[in-house]
Every structure is written in structure tokens, then in C-alpha cells.
Design a protein around this ligand. Structure first.
Ligand SMILES: C[S@@+](CC[C@H](N)C(=O)[O-])C[C@H]1O[C@@H](n2cnc3c(N)ncnc32)[C@H](O)[C@@H]1O
Length: 229
């Protein structure tokens, strides 16, 4: 029997997410991973422009569960693509905000989503139109290079998802770092499989005196959980 989903969501939303993940996996099965050009090249972007490359469903569900646990209401996503993981982030942020409404820790939910390809951002917005205003309404989509778009109006950040080409991981972390609350969490995907690409991020996070601590979790390709102390 399939394990229960951690999501508090309608059957319609669960089915919609399932469909998006299936489409993403179907595309990924046709990518020649071993012959891809280097990340952050135009050739690589051309291949990826019509691809979901969505975060795996089990990782999305874990992240949603974590967000509900740490009561994250302000979330940053580095790398949005067609907006699949964003739906999980926005669902959690909206539900956390609703849970805190009227209390002393009341906060508006917000997910700052980042995508540099306008055509991918447009696809993400189409997908979000399917999930309802409660979820869509918390998403603040910033179209353009995150090294520019994350430079302002972040507020106090509870959580950062690094699901981005690895050369962008450290620049994204450094832009968000001044906004982290103590105990803020960062999740980085594919950290074992793409360990070489993450070398700079790890050197920064693991450096003596760093405010960060991390653990690698045994999800496909490796998934790092980094906590800002
Ligand atoms: C792995 S995908 C994100 C998948 C998404 N998190 C999901 O689960 O659906 C990474 C995305 O980052 C985008 N990207 C790459 N470089 C970027 C940059 N400098 N600024 C903003 N987005 C960028 C790519 O276009 C790509 O769509």
C-alpha cells in the first residue's frame, strides 16, 4: 500500500501534482544526461528551456512537511522552472499563515520564486492558475537572473530551496543569508551526484566560523539540509 501523503490538499491538487511529476519524469527519461553541455551555457539553457526538471515528488513532500514543522511563512525558491516545487512551498506557506492568523506570531505567507527564462515563468504561472487563489496568491514570481531579482524585498526568510544550476547555488545563498532568521533552513538538491558543482557552496557552509551546519540525506542524488544557526 502506498504511504500516506504528508500534504493537506484536495484530491484535485494531489492529482494535478502527480500529473506534473509524471510529465517531468517522462521528459527526463529522454534527456541524454551524459552528453549535456556545461550548466550556465546557452546550449544547456536551450535544451532545458522546454523541460520541467521538477524536484522529485518525495523530496517535495519532505520539504512541505519540514515547512509545516518549522512554520515557515517566508520562503525563497532559487530555480522555479514550471513551478512544481513552488506549489508545495506555497501550499505550506499559505497554510502556516492561516494557522497563525490572529495570533501574536501572525504573518502573511510569501514564496519568492525565481526564474530567468520568461517562457518557463509563463508556464509556471499557467500551472499556478490551476491550484487556486489561496496558493497562487502567496507567490511573488521574479523573472530574470536571481543575482539581480533576489537583491531586494525579501523580509525575514525562514527557508531557501536551492534547486538551481550549481554555479548559482552559492550566489543565491549569499544573497539570502542576511535575511535568514536563526534556525532558517536551506535545502539543496542533488548534492552527492553534483558534488563537484557544489564544491564552492560546501566550502563556504563548512568553513570554520560559518553560521551554517549541514547534513546530507540519502535521497536520490543526495539532498542536503543546511541550518542557519
Ligand atoms: C532544476 S530547475 C527548477 C525546478 C523547480 N524547482 C521545480 O521543482 O519545478 C532550475 C531552474 O533554474 C532556472 N535558472 C537557471 N539559472 C537561473 C538564474 N541565474 N536565475 C534564475 N533562474 C535560473 C532554470 O531556467 C531552471 O528552470
Amino acid at each position: 500500500m502506498a504511504p500516506p501523503t504528508p500534504l493537506t490538499a484536495t484530491p484535485h491538487l494531489l492529482a494535478f501534482l502527480q500529473d506534473l511529476h509524471s510529465k517531468s519524469l517522462n521528459q527526463e527519461s529522454k534527456i541524454e544526461w551524459n552528453s549535456l553541455p556545461g550548466q550556465t551555457t546557452n546550449e544547456f539553457d536551450n535544451i532545458m528551456r522546454d523541460k520541467f526538471i521538477a524536484l522529485d515528488q518525495d523530496k517535495c513532500e519532505l520539504i512541505y512537511h519540514m515547512l509545516r514543522s518549522i512554520n515557515a511563512t517566508t520562503i525563497v525558491e532559487a530555480g522555479t522552472s514550471f513551478g512544481v516545487s513552488t506549489i508545495y512551498l506555497a501550499l505550506a506557506a499559505a497554510q502556516n499563515a492561516a494557522r497563525g492568523a490572529g495570533t501574536s506570531t501572525s504573518s502573511t505567507g510569501r514564496v519568492v520564486a525565481t526564474e530567468k527564462e520568461p517562457s518557463k515563468a509563463a508556464e509556471a504561472q499557467k500551472n499556478w492558475q490551476q491550484v487556486g487563489e489561496e496558493i497562487q496568491g502567496v507567490i511573488d514570481l521574479r523573472i530574470g537572473d536571481l543575482r539581480e531579482t533576489l537583491g531586494k524585498d525579501l523580509g525575514t526568510v525562514d527557508f531557501l530551496l536551492l534547486d538551481i544550476w550549481t554555479p548559482l547555488a552559492l550566489p543565491a545563498l549569499k544573497l539570502v543569508e542576511p535575511h535568514f532568521r536563526p534556525g532558517a533552513m536551506v535545502i539543496a538538491d542533488n548534492t552527492v551526484k553534483a558534488a563537484a558543482g557544489y564544491a564552492e557552496l560546501f566550502a563556504y557552509v563548512d568553513a570554520p566560523g560559518s553560521q551554517f551546519r549541514r547534513v546530507t540525506m540519502p535521497y536520490a542524488g543526495g539532498l542536503d539540509m543546511i541550518v542557519y544557526q
